[in-house]
Ligand binder design. Structure first.
Ligand code: HEC
Ligand code: HEC
Ligand code: HEC
Ligand code: HEC
Ligand code: HEC
Length: 321
């Protein structure tokens, strides 16, 4: 701490009548770095969130994550990328007041109806990146149609390089209430418990996220229900709304992390019914059937009574999205 700021600190403490307390510790948390210039290309945005340094020490976590939908959050199974395109063609281009007359007019702001959840870091990219994403989807679709495997793979890889990775969850989105808890700090990974040093030279600090172990952490992107903050609201996922307004009031007491990461044993491979473990947990189904013949005057009709009981064991409505 410099002499001047120490002087100010003491003066302020004296004003508050706290002069007897020691001056603030020298290790006051660093202020957030000034916002860097917006990324201009897909490659630049991907590099900014490069989490390859984590693999060396967290190999198993990385392998689990790589199997999850988070590792390809704008490509998805291919369906997500295609639907982004449909949202432009059947939405933005058709809506009279969207300001989009041709695909060239699409800006980051227009894609946020999807990317606020599918790629929140797009907020730190320039409109050129929004354009590059759409052009890459075009290239991918055209190459797939022509059967050009190399070009298809190359375009898909570029789209998959943008995703929800270690740094999005363990830094960018690890703090929700930034006026209360402060903005996430650079060179820091946020987890559930430890504070202090972390052995990655690129991320030498570890800090405690107030939300990492809570359902609200997942709720940031998993949809509360209709939300209205954008110029043209869209809705996709609603699992968090359903969790809060149906599962919890009905006595449900587990968090998303408990069911999806711990009890499932899947860790960072957060999954839906596509995983056998989750599919088995999803429903209890009980069926009773009785067949008999009903005599209607002279006509004999075969009849069956079937009683089906379904119980949803997930922490929200299914299916979602
Ligand atoms: C040189 C080895 C090394 C590298 C590289 C590394 N870590 Fe760690 N990390 C550790 C060790 C050791 C721990 C403490 C033991 C544990 O929880 O696994 C740890 C703990 C953590 C924790 C848990 C903190 C808590 O309190 O819950 C998180 C989250 C984490 N690392 C994320 C990352 C991310 C993200 C990266 C890449 C940006 C990364 N680590 C790179 C070694 C490393
Ligand atoms: C509120 C956050 C949110 C918004 C906004 C959002 N999505 Fe989603 N989307 C999700 C989540 C989370 C899933 C995971 C599926 C689920 O909930 O079942 C998903 C799933 C999907 C899927 C299904 C993926 C698959 O292969 O099964 C598609 C396609 C999709 N989104 C496209 C879009 C498009 C296009 C937009 C914009 C028009 C959009 N989403 C807006 C959060 C969102
Ligand atoms: C979709 C968000 C998300 C992504 C992506 C993600 N994590 Fe995590 N991670 C979490 C959450 C949530 C927890 C806390 C789990 C709990 O409460 O049991 C966690 C816990 C951890 C821990 C603490 C030990 C453990 O496994 O519970 C480490 C270490 C870690 N993550 C490393 C990583 C690394 C490395 C990556 C990238 C390969 C990564 N995480 C990607 C959400 C994420
Ligand atoms: C930064 C936003 C974000 C956060 C945080 C996040 N997710 Fe997701 N998640 C998504 C998106 C977007 C998808 C869908 C990607 C796609 O396939 O298009 C998804 C997919 C999933 C899926 C697979 C859905 C399917 O249909 O296969 C599960 C399960 C899931 N997330 C659970 C979680 C849990 C549990 C947490 C918290 C520990 C969490 N997510 C945190 C954005 C997020
Ligand atoms: C009580 C356990 C439990 C809790 C709590 C829970 N889930 Fe699930 N979830 C499941 C099971 C089981 C499935 C598999 C059923 C399925 O995919 O249809 C599932 C499926 C999903 C899916 C895929 C939905 C689909 O269309 O198939 C998403 C996304 C998801 N969960 C996210 C979350 C999020 C986010 C939270 C917290 C807000 C959460 N889950 C809380 C058990 C739980």
């Amino acid at each position: 701490m410099t002499r001047t700021s120490l002087g100010l600190g003491l003066a302020a403490a004296a004003l508050l009548g706290l002069a007897a307390l020691p001056p603030p510790a020298a290790a006051a948390p660093p202020k957030g770095a000034p916002a860097p210039a917006k990324a201009r290309t897909i490659a630049e945005l991907a590099t900014r969130y490069d989490s390859s340094s984590c693999i060396e020490c967290h190999q198993e976590t990385h392998d689990q994550w790589l199997r999850s939908a988070h590792a390809r959050s704008i490509f998805g199974t291919g369906r997500t990328a295609s639907t982004f395109k449909t949202a432009v063609v059947n939405g933005l281009l058709k809506w009279e007041h969207s300001g989009v007359k041709t695909q060239k007019d699409v800006r980051v702001e227009h894609l946020q109806g999807c990317t606020k959840c599918h790629l929140p870091q797009l907020a730190e990219a320039s409109d050129a990146v929004a354009q590059e994403i759409l052009k890459t989807i075009d290239t991918w679709q055209a190459a797939a149609e022509e059967g050009d495997d190399d070009a298809t793979e190359k375009a898909a890889a570029s789209l998959k390089s943008l995703n929800i990775n270690c740094l999005v969850c363990h830094n960018r989105n690890a703090i929700i209430h930034k006026w209360t808890d402060g903005a996430p700090q650079p060179k820091t990974v946020y987890g559930g418990s430890s504070e202090g040093e972390h052995p990655d030279p690129k991320f030498p600090h570890v800090a405690k996220s107030p939300v990492m172990g809570e359902s609200i952490f997942c709720g940031q992107c998993h949809g509360l229900g209709p939300n209205f903050e954008l110029h043209n609201p869209t809705q996709c996922a609603t699992a968090y709304g359903s969790y809060l307004f149906a599962y919890v009031p009905d006595g449900g007491d587990k968090t998303c992390q408990q069911c999806h990461m711990r009890e499932s044993g899947l860790g960072h491979d957060m999954q839906s019914f596509r995983s056998e473990v989750m599919a088995k947990k999803a429903l209890d189904m009980h069926v009773e059937a009785r067949a008999y013949v009903w005599r209607d005057n002279q006509t004999f009709r075969p009849v069956a009574t079937v009683k089906v009981e379904l119980r949803n064991n997930a922490g929200h409505g299914i299916p979602d999205g």
